[in-house]
Design a protein around this ligand. Structure first.
Ligand SMILES: [Zn+2]
Length: 218
C-alpha cells in the first residue's frame, strides 16, 4: 500500500512540473533513491510469485537497477547536443548519406519489455554534415528510453531535420516487440515496420524509392 501511495504522489508531482514545461528537470527531481528502486524490484519479484529473500534472488534488485541504468541511459543525453557538436563542410557532396542496419535496442513504454531490431537512417545534406557515427548515437539515445516504435521513428527523423537542416531525412525502423512475441498474441515472427520521411524523401517519390531499395539491398 505504501509503495502504491508513493507512486501516485510521484506521478502527481511530475504532472505539475511538466505543465510548466520542465519535463526533464521534474524527471530528475522525482527520481527515487537506489534503495527505493531496489525495494520496487523486490515488490515485483513477490508479484511474480517468488521470494526476494531466496538466495538466488538476493542480488537481483541490485543487478536490475544497474541494468536499468544501461537500458535507459538515453534520458541523460540530448540528441541535439550530439548532432550540434560536429559540423563538417559538405564540399560539393549533395547526394544521400545513409547509415544502414543500426542495431536498435529499446523498451516499449506499455510493458517495459525489449523492442529489438534495426534502424536505417538517411539524409541529403545541404550545408551541414555530421560524422556518420553521430546518426547511430541519435538512434541510441532515443532507443534507450521508454518508447513506442512510432514515436521513436519520428523523433529520430525530426531532430536530424531540425538540427542539420538537410534537404530531407528518411528513417525506417524494423523491430520485434517482446510484448507481442512472448506474451499476449504470441506472434514470434511478426516484425513492425515504421518510417518517417521529411523534405525530398516526402516530395520526390524517386528519393523515397531509392532509400527503400538501399534498405533492402543486402
Ligand atoms: Zn508493449
Amino acid at each position: 500500500m505504501d509503495a502504491l501511495r508513493e507512486g501516485a504522489a510521484i506521478e502527481k508531482d511530475a504532472d505539475a512540473d511538466s505543465s510548466i514545461g520542465q519535463e526533464k528537470e521534474s524527471a530528475m527531481v522525482t527520481r527515487p533513491s537506489k534503495e527505493e528502486a531496489m525495494a520496487a524490484v523486490r515488490t515485483l519479484i513477490r508479484w511474480a510469485g517468488d521470494d526476494p529473500e531466496r538466495e538466488g534472488l538476493l542480488d537481483t534488485p541490485d543487478r536490475v537497477t544497474r541494468a536499468y541504468e544501461e537500458f535507459f541511459a538515453g534520458y541523460l543525453e540530448e540528441p541535439e547536443d550530439v548532432l550540434g557538436r560536429t559540423f563538417e563542410e559538405v564540399e560539393g557532396y549533395s547526394d544521400m548519406v545513409m547509415l544502414r542496419d543500426i542495431d536498435l535496442e529499446s523498451h516499449c513504454e506499455h510493458h517495459m519489455v525489449p523492442i529489438l531490431g534495426k534502424a536505417h537512417v538517411a539524409y541529403v545534406p545541404t550545408n551541414k554534415v555530421v560524422g556518420i557515427s553521430k546518426l547511430a548515437r541519435v538512434v541510441e539515445i532515443f532507443a534507450k528510453r521508454l518508447q513506442t516504435q512510432e514515436t521513436m521513428t519520428a523523433q529520430i527523423g525530426e531532430v536530424i531535420q531540425r538540427v542539420l537542416d538537410p534537404a530531407g531525412v528518411a528513417v525506417l525502423v524494423e523491430a520485434k516487440h517482446q510484448c507481442m512475441t512472448t506474451r499476449g498474441i504470441h506472434k514470434t515472427k511478426v516484425a513492425t515496420i515504421t518510417s518517417h520521411f521529411t523534405g525530398v524523401f516526402q516530395t520526390e517519390e524517386r528519393m523515397e524509392r531509392r532509400f527503400l531499395e538501399m534498405v533492402r539491398e543486402k
